[in-house]
Ligand binder design. Structure first.
Ligand code: AMP
Length: 415
């Protein structure tokens, strides 16, 4: 299947070639003809599947220019808004569409001025869009296409009341497109109340973690996590490592500790200003900071290719977050590694993760690392005890390789 067979016009196809895409991804093959045909569409697809171009390309084709704001894309985070606007920028090289991207945390006046000069498409985070509307800076009464991107995330982040207010500012007759990584009951309710007889398209995540990502568990006590991370970073070739911590505070602290030990790193989390986040992301993308320390909320939408390693410095709260986190590596056909530090306090969630994966994760000790005595949980026993106490077992530790636990564990995981 080629892009031209999907019904895209030559001026859009030029943008597609300029972006270097040769073949459409499955979500694009399914969604583009439906959107071009004017249908409401629900797309169940994660970041990494090509979902952005799946709605941007047909939206550009259907959106007239110089007639006021005719297309509105609402998305939960600034990073996603910027990523979407980059796809619009590249795809609209020959169409002449003008667009604005609006989000909070930065000055509002440049956005007001941009809107005043006239735009065809607005990419927005909900709160700032409402703010701009209340100041009379944007007229949404002629919107013909609405995209709700990452709808599940918007619900999780409590944006639905804002989104609902935005819906009330739009004409009733319009095309609605909704994309979401999951179809939770909350998202289903939004679909039922907002979309008209939608077509549903669905693709599985771009890579199945168990197939493409080497996963390893390193039991370690809380206080040795930073030392272990530094040692691992020193020992192997880490082009770009994304490290997850549980809280903003821990992200900042870890980043500082790494810097002190000579590891260039940056931190990105919701407590940082937009400019700080962008600087961190740019440094990571450019390779100036090979280590990026992040929290779950901001990391989910980060679209950086060539992440060689994901490190769960702190285990995530849920199995779903684990799958999202490790899915940041091994993108675009590359291979990748996911390393998880497991302290005695974190064994509970491991059970859920392994249940979701349908297999166990290989467990290793780092050879030669000076593990503190009597600190490490023995996952083999602790987990087998069904989280009875969640307490640390007793393992003398250093230099031992425990290899895989369980039957099929590692074999199918590395390819
Ligand atoms: P998304 O799921 O929209 O976040 O896209 C994930 C990545 O896939 C982005 O880096 C896109 O540039 C890339 N991409 C999207 N569509 C295609 C395509 N048809 N061929 C190659 N890469 C693509």
């Amino acid at each position: 299947m080629s892009f031209s067979a999907l019904g895209l016009a030559p001026r859009i196809l030029d943008g597609v070639s300029a972006m270097g895409y040769t073949d459409p991804t499955p979500i694009q093959t399914q969604a583009i003809p439906l959107i071009l045909g004017g249908r409401d569409v629900v797309g169940v697809a994660q970041t990494g599947t090509g979902k952005t171009a799946a709605f941007v390309l047909p939206m550009l084709q259907r959106t007239p220019t110089r007639k006021g704001v005719r297309a509105l894309i609402v998305t939960p985070t600034r990073e996603l808004a910027l990523q979407i606007s980059e796809v619009i920028r590249d795809a609209s090289k020959r169409t002449g569409h003008r667009y604005a991207v609006v989000y909070g945390g930065v000055g509002i006046y440049p956005q007001i001025q941009k809107l005043r000069r006239g735009v065809d498409i607005v990419v927005a985070c909900p709160g700032r869009l409402l703010d701009l509307h209340s100041r009379g800076a944007v007229d949404l009464s002629s919107v013909e296409t609405l995209v709700l991107d990452e709808a599940d995330r918007m619900l999780d982040m409590g944006f639905w009341p804002d989104v609902h207010r935005i819906l009330n500012l739009l004409p009733e007759r319009r095309q609605n497109l909704l994309f979401s990584a999951t179809m939770s009951p909350g998202v289903l309710k939004v679909v039922e109340s907002t979309l008209h007889n939608p077509a549903r398209v669905e693709v599985s995540p771009p890579s199945t973690p168990v197939e493409r990502i080497g996963q390893t568990l390193y039991p370690v006590c809380r206080t040795q996590k930073t030392d272990l991370l530094v040692e691992l970073l020193k020992r192997s070739d880490h082009t770009r490592t994304l490290v997850f911590t549980r809280t903003k505070h821990r992200a900042d602290r870890l980043s500082r500790q790494l810097e002190r030990q000579g590891v260039a790193s940056a931190a990105i989390h919701g407590g940082r200003s937009q400019a700080q986040r962008q600087r961190a992301l740019d440094a990571f993308k450019a390779g100036r900071s090979p280590v990026l320390v992040a929290t779950d909320v901001v990391a989910r939408g980060i679209d950086v290719d060539e992440i060689s390693h994901v490190v769960n410095y702190d285990m995530p709260n849920t199995a779903e977050d684990y799958v999202h986190r490790i899915g940041r590596t091994a993108r675009a056909g590359a291979s990748g590694s996911a390393i998880s530090f497991l302290s005695a306090e974190e064994v509970e969630v491991l059970r859920d993760i392994e249940k979701t994966l349908g297999s166990t994760i290989a467990c290793e000790d780092l050879e030669g690392f000076r593990y503190a005595a009597r600190h490490m949980p023995d996952p083999e026993r602790t987990v087998a005890r069904a989280g009875a106490s969640g307490a640390a077992g007793n393992r003398s530790g250093s230099g031992r390789r425990s290899g895989r636990r369980g039957g099929s564990g590692r074999a199918g995981r590395r390819s």
